[in-house]
Design a binder for this molecule. Structure first.
Ligand code: GDP
Ligand code: MG
Length: 445
């Protein structure tokens, strides 16, 4: 799967956690990652270039909030910029359909979801806005295309223009306009034919239809899973026909929605709706926040990172508990325990957090539980082979010497560690025997 942008940036920024503002160098480094992430999300190259340039200006010199890392800060700036770019003025789903009958022209490549979206939109206008809707298929090329729309119309209870064989697309459009006027409809939707690629014939036909009915809205339907192609398609339809908005389909799939950003950047036209499935109710108003999160591969960065850590630690604790219940406690277990201790600020850190334990912290340090002592113990365990860690009781003098040398410490210290381990393992064994972990469970809860 895709690597999350915040993860990428986390790596980049590991070295520099405590600075006040983002320097030009930091930002450039981060933006290389942003660039890759956007390309992976299928945002087209020219749009990525442009976008990165804009963010660069905003991010350089920006203050880094104390509670987040510079990486997260950059993600936030990128996130906000994507939203700013995607958000249009006013509600996205407000279609111009006053002055009945209002024609809506649906255009796009073949298979982008035009026919499905036409029916979904008709259903929405009928149910939510109580409009009288008529649909007409202008697809005279694909076999059964007209029947497809008629079947959907029956399903959702919306009228379709009766099919007459042998008419041209423009003739059908004119007949739809006439029928909509005579029949007292509020809106009529024209579902045009598509091609696998943009071509002159298709564009010419769509232009003729446009001139015949003067649509109030021309919606470009684009498959949300297409990346680079989306830009060419949008550009072409905007230049040749002129569009008033975009509908992104297949956003229920696992595409990253980069097409949204590309389309918006290239056409300057708002994304109005997103298709989220094949069913007739799977059409929703476009929300910039959701797409931005999707493009960046994150929900809430901070929450996500914290959650991941929590789960990891919980799993580790559970695995250890199972071992302890069986009375198992080898050197690897001990190493995990020591590492856990370090993470919490060492024995001293843990004790100093508790009232009245300051003195004990000092004693612990003397007894070999200082941070430095713990680090030395971890180094000793790390110098052991897998087998030695599993069976520390088998260690001979020569091996001990090798391990101590490997950690750069002396054998006396290794012996102290081994003794400590023996004591801990004994305790674990006793605890383990006490009623199938009943006591241990309580102790660890
Ligand atoms: P057209 O050639 O542009 O008219 O495309 P169609 O409307 O016939 O759709 C082609 C296929 O895509 C059909 O199988 C639809 O059910 C499917 N489809 C359309 N929109 C969506 C969507 O938002 N999500 C999913 N998963 N499938 C869709
Ligand atoms: Mg169709």
């Amino acid at each position: 799967m895709f690597e999350n942008l915040s993860e990428r940036l986390g790596g980049v920024f590991e070295r520099l956690t405590k600075q006040g503002a983002l320097s030009a160098d930091d930002v450039r480094t981060a933006l290389r990652e942003v660039r890759t992430a956007l390309l992976e999300a299928d945002v087209s190259l020219p749009v990525v270039r442009d976008f990165v340039k804009r963010v660069e200006g905003k991010a350089t010199g920006a203050a880094v909030t104390k509670s987040v890392t510079p990486g997260q800060q950059v993600v936030k700036i990128v996130h906000d910029e994507i939203i700013a770019m995607l958000s249009g003025e006013g509600p996205a789903d407000a279609l111009k359909i006053d002055n009945p009958p209002a024609p809506i022209l649906m255009v796009g490549l073949q298979g982008s979801g035009k026919t499905t979206t036409t029916a979904k939109l008709a259903r929405r206008l009928k149910e939510r806005e109580k409009k009288r809707v008529l649909m007409a298929s202008l697809d005279i090329y694909r076999p059964a295309a007209m029947e497809q729309l008629a079947i959907l119309g029956t399903q959702i209870g919306v009228d379709t223009l009766p099919i007459v064989q042998g008419e041209s697309a423009v003739q059908i459009a004119k007949r739809a306009k006439q029928q909509a006027t005579l029949g007292g409809y509020d809106v009529y939707l024209l579902d045009t034919a598509g091609r696998l690629h943009i071509d002159e014939v298709l564009m010419g036909e769509v232009q003729q239809v446009r001139d015949a009915v003067s649509p109030r809205e021309t919606l470009l339907v684009v498959d949300g899973l297409t990346g680079q192609v989306a830009v060419e398609v949008a550009q072409e339809f905007e230049d040749k026909v002129g569009i008033s908005g975009v509908v992104l389909t297949r956003m229920d799939g696992d595409g990253r929605g980069g097409a949204a950003l590309s389309m918006r950047a290239v056409t300057g036209k708002p994304i109005r709706f997103v298709g989220l499935g094949e069913k007739m109710d799977a059409l929703e108003t476009f929300e910039a926040e959701r797409i931005a999160g999707r493009i960046l591969g994150m929900g809430d960065i901070v929450a996500l990172v914290e959650k991941a850590q929590e789960v990891f630690e919980k799993e580790q604790a559970e695995r250890m508990m199972k071992r302890f219940q069986k009375g198992l406690f080898n050197m690897n277990d001990m190493k995990s325990q020591l590492e856990q201790m370090l993470k919490m600020g060492g024995m001293q850190g843990v004790m100093q957090m508790m009232p009245g334990m300051g003195k004990m912290a000092k004693q612990a340090e003397e007894a070999g539980f200082s941070d430095r002592a713990i680090r030395r113990q971890i180094a000793l365990i790390s110098a052991m082979t897998k087998q030695e860690r599993a069976h520390p009781e088998m260690l001979q003098a020569s091996r001990k010497k090798r391990i101590a040398a490997g950690a750069g410490l002396d054998v006396a210290e290794l012996n102290r560690l081994l003794k400590m381990h023996r004591q801990m393992a004994d305790t674990m064994k006793k605890l383990g025997k006490m009623g199938k972990g009943g006591m241990l469970k309580q102790a660890m809860a």
